[in-house]
Design a protein around this ligand. Sequence first.
Ligand code: PGA
Length: 266
Amino acid sequence: MAVNEHPRRTPLIAGNWKMNLDHLQAIAFVQKLAWNLKDAKHDVAAVEVAVFPPFTDLRSVQTLVSADKLPIVFGGQDVSAQDSGAYTGEISGAFLAQLECKYVLIGHSERRTLHAETDEIVSAKVTAALKHNLVPIICVGESAADLELHGPSAVPVAQLRAALAGVTNAADFVVAYEPVWAIGSGKAATPEQAEQVAAQLRLVLTETLGQDVADKTRILYGGSVKGSNIAGFMREPNVDGALVGGASLDIDEFSSIVRFQQHVGL
Ligand code: PGA
């Protein structure tokens, strides 16, 4: 299987900065990333590049991207299920939309574990994001214990079904399969493992929202993705990109991931 055989699904490489880089560092980073990709003659139409900075960076990133017309999109790492009101510390989807965020990460495993986000909360956040015309990137994945107890796909499949509870087939969203045991561990899943679960997740999309949605929705793999292993994932028919944590903080490494088509050995 050659890479990118899905004309309806443009690959997406998304960098999740987590709690790294302040707004000044963010400006320098995004500027350098854009230069780096331009120097490398990256085909911006062929692979979409997104970054997910901390909230406090978003206004600076927006200003830079829009002033210099950089071919990089951005999004929030989380969103509130509420629109406005007495929710100290929460960020409304309306605010993210005002800052020209295209995407928002929802249900990342660090949110699920460290902030006790349940499937119900994830579903409410997905609904809130869609309401504000943000494209949710719905993160699902099994822990090492889940893997042992239930096998690889049961938990991600259940999480996706729950997250889609309020979603219609008109919605634009992305799914990110991130095995918890692979996140930040340096131990990525194998391309075969990623494909096996991604195929199950696509079946969920077919069953719940129909063939068209299943055909056009991108499913990313995340968990210890690097320049040296991205090509293997991108060769799989159901993997349409990557959600990258640690390696997204290194410009050369992240650029190399974005440019997987150059070193995939087609
Ligand atoms: P990692 O993180 O690439 O550092 O494993 C992925 C993620 O948390 O999205």
